[in-house]
Design a protein around this ligand. Structure first.
Ligand code: DC
Length: 223
């Protein structure tokens, strides 16, 4: 039986980087599902499609004009859009917002969820996202809901931005974190929520290494 690990949680909880290290320590692949929604968002932006136009965005996906695939290079995920490597391009704030917008649409979700399920069917994998424990891998070996207070997440984001020379004030970042939480938790289709059988890991007062160790201990317990 392949080992499947579902990690869900709100924006800025460190899911991606924590998931990378946990998967590496377990010797399994990590699928960052947010990258797939980002690739669809990028595709819509590049085609000049109105992100609020559900019909147009859905048609783009159904027609195969936004084919998202994933490859691994030495264990690291590369995200492809219509065969083009967009791994770096999808990491902007603009694409993040576009991803949040297109991820509201059931057609987009249906297509990407199916792809994610196919990938996790035949091999041990860790998937991180918003709906992994509740929709994508409902029978995952271990489900984690990784969160931290909005203030702790905003503080971490502010420090990351400061390293890049960006001096956006804390209050602005906190407002963005709260707005994204609201949008992800209140959308109609598959909103972010903790699965009933998911274990809550609150990293507000944990270091990066402590969070990784806490998750690895939970995986060991349930394996
Ligand atoms: O984790 P992220 O910031 O890269 O995700 C970008 C957006 O994609 C996020 O606002 C919500 C959406 N998303 C989703 O709806 N379901 C997932 N499994 C992963 C991401």
């Amino acid at each position: 039986m392949p080992l499947t690990i579902a990690i869900d949680g709100p924006v800025g909880a460190g899911k991606s980087t924590i998931s990378d290290v946990v998967a590496q320590r377990l010797g399994i692949l990590h699928l960052d599902t947010g990258a797939m929604y980002r690739a669809v968002g990028l595709c819509a932006l590049e085609k000049g499609i109105d992100l609020q136009d559900e019909t147009a965005v859905s048609r783009m996906c159904e027609n195969g004009e936004a084919q998202v695939s994933v490859e691994y290079e030495n264990g690291a995920q590369r995200t492809l859009l219509n065969g083009r490597d967009v791994t770096g391009l999808i990491r902007t704030q603009e694409v993040g917002q576009a991803a949040s917008a297109v991820s509201r649409y059931p057609t987009v979700r249906r297509i990407l969820v199916r792809r994610q399920q196919e990938m996790a069917k035949s091999q041990s994998m860790l998937l991180d996202g918003r709906d992994i424990g509740t929709v994508v891998l409902t029978d995952a070996t271990v489900k984690i809901y990784l969160t931290a207070s909005a203030e702790a997440r905003a503080r971490r984001r502010m420090l990351q931005l400061q390293e890049k020379g960006d001096t956006t004030p804390f209050e602005t970042i906190l407002a963005e974190v709260n707005a994204r939480d609201y949008q992800d938790m209140h959308r109609e289709t598959d909103p972010l929520r903790q699965a009933e059988d998911a274990i809550l890991v609150d990293s507000s007062d944990l270091s990066f290494d402590e969070t990784v160790d806490a998750i690895l201990a939970l995986v060991e317990e349930r394996k």
